[in-house]
Design a protein around this ligand. Structure first.
Ligand code: SF4
Ligand code: SF4
Length: 186
């Protein structure tokens, strides 16, 4: 099971005119061609962070979100699972007239770390016709924070980015931009 990450996000960025639709087919091809070099670059940055890495991540993230329309993607909701905290479950379950216990029994399982995760993909709350989250306003915090591009110190999220760049076009784009700016061709 692929985690959003142990405490991640999913920002459904609103569409604006400069955004382009996500083409998951061409994204998969790019991932296949570049993922190894991108992961090696991330490992290098983790071992020896280039000067200004956090600032670079922040600047690059702003660009990523002017170019990426999550509403045309939703790959995270299809391929990964958020972690449901007890607080999330207590908030979402009443929306379905369910107790937290019944909610867990219907949709979740507890993994080896004691985290509550979706039993299956795509997420049961993804509207497959509209590509939108049907519980957006009350979605898990993990969803609201995904994919943690420059929220914390970049090196603390290297492992998360290594996983997510294969599934999240925004993460892929972030690492790509940072490699370009650091002239890090891998
Ligand atoms: S709860 Fe909503 S945002 Fe979170 S994975 Fe499911 S569909 Fe996506
Ligand atoms: S996978 Fe990444 S780009 Fe796609 S919807 Fe999720 S956060 Fe947005």
């Amino acid at each position: 099971m692929l985690y959003f990450s142990k405490s991640i996000k999913l920002i459904r960025h609103q569409q604006n005119t400069s955004m382009s639709s996500v083409n998951l087919r061409s994204f998969k091809k790019k991932v296949f061609a570049r993922k190894r070099k991108m992961k090696l670059a991330l490992s290098r940055w983790e071992k020896k962070p280039p000067q200004g890495l956090d600032k670079l991540a922040s600047v690059s993230e702003k660009e990523v979100w002017t170019e990426t329309d999550c509403t045309t993607c939703a790959n995270c909701c299809r391929k990964m699972t958020p972690t449901f905290k007890e607080k999330d479950i207590r908030r979402i379950a009443p929306h379905f007239d369910m107790t937290p216990k019944a909610f867990k029994e219907k949709w979740l399982f507890k993994d080896g770390d004691g985290d509550w995760l979706n039993t299956s993909n795509p997420c049961q709350f993804l509207d497959l016709k509209t590509n939108m989250c049907s519980i957006y306003e009350i979605r898990p915090t993990d969803c609201a924070e995904f994919p943690h591009l420059s929220k914390k110190k970049f090196v603390e999220y290297v492992d998360t980015h290594k996983q997510n760049l294969e599934y999240c076009p925004a993460t892929f784009k972030l690492v790509e931009k940072m490699m370009d700016r650091l002239s890090d061709a891998g």
